[in-house]
Design a protein around this ligand. Structure first.
Ligand code: COA
Length: 196
């Protein structure tokens, strides 16, 4: 599949909310191989939160569409298949988050491609030298996936934001926290270039 990558605008909020909602939680997310459905109910993010990320001056929401889709060649854009967020922290450190692949397209290598694209974008367009991310500690299969992609478990733990879940969302466990993983982008052999 050919992929088209661009930064999201406010007009993308509806499709992005559907994609993120279906990938992270609820019954649809169980069609993928990793999900938060057993940990949390309700939405991962709401419209206001997503609009704030799109408008964030120190970051981007990247949106990936199917370049082979008939709609892509007609100029109206192909189907939305994946997204992620990059946010500048400090001293060359960036944050990678809100990573989602449409559940029916998971497990076929799309996530790996999108992660490599995001890493290249982070390094070449945003000047990031390292990327960090946070994963809920119980998601061992997802942590292992990132480790196979070159991310290192830093040992740092951060509290789960129980008090800041979006309206209607609920945690199903009271022992959640985040594990922090990090990758050095500068020495990455897998690095590919973003076409400007
Ligand atoms: C995480 C996510 C983005 C990965 O995208 P993807 O397209 O499924 O990823 P890929 O197809 O590139 O990789 C599939 C990998 O999963 C592994 N996998 C497939 N089924 C699996 C299973 N049942 N258990 C464990 N691993 C499995 C494959 O072995 C492969 O890894 P490998 O190539 O290292 O062997 C996607 O699953 C997703 O959107 N998940 C829900 C949202 C989420 O949790 N986001 C991340 C928050 S930090």
């Amino acid at each position: 599949m050919n992929l088209n990558v661009r930064t999201a605008t406010a007009a993308d909020v509806g499709p992005l909310l559907s994609l993120i909602g279906s990938a992270y939680r609820g019954e649809e997310s169980r069609k993928g191989w990793t999900t938060e459905a057993d940990l949390l109910t309700g939405d991962r993010i709401d419209e206001a939160g997503l609009l704030a990320k799109i408008a964030e001056p120190d970051g981007v929401m990247l949106l990936v569409t199917d370049g082979d889709d008939a709609a892509a060649s007609s100029g109206s854009g192909g189907a939305l298949v994946a997204c992620c967020e990059l946010l500048r922290r400090s001293h060359g450190l960036g944050y990678f988050g809100l990573f989602a692949v449409e559940p029916r397209r998971q497990g076929g290598g799309l996530g790996k491609r999108v992660l490599r694209i995001a890493e290249s974008y982070a390094r070449e367009m945003l000047g990031m030298e390292r990327l960090e991310m946070q994963v809920i500690w119980t998601r061992a299969e997802l942590i292992a996936w990132y480790v196979r992609r070159g991310y290192v478990r830093t040992g740092e733990k951060r509290p789960f934001p129980y008090e800041q879940l979006v309206s209607g969302a609920r945690a199903l466990r009271d022992d959640l926290y985040f594990e922090i993983l990090e990758k050095d982008l500068v020495g990455s052999e897998e690095a590919i270039s973003v076409v400007r």
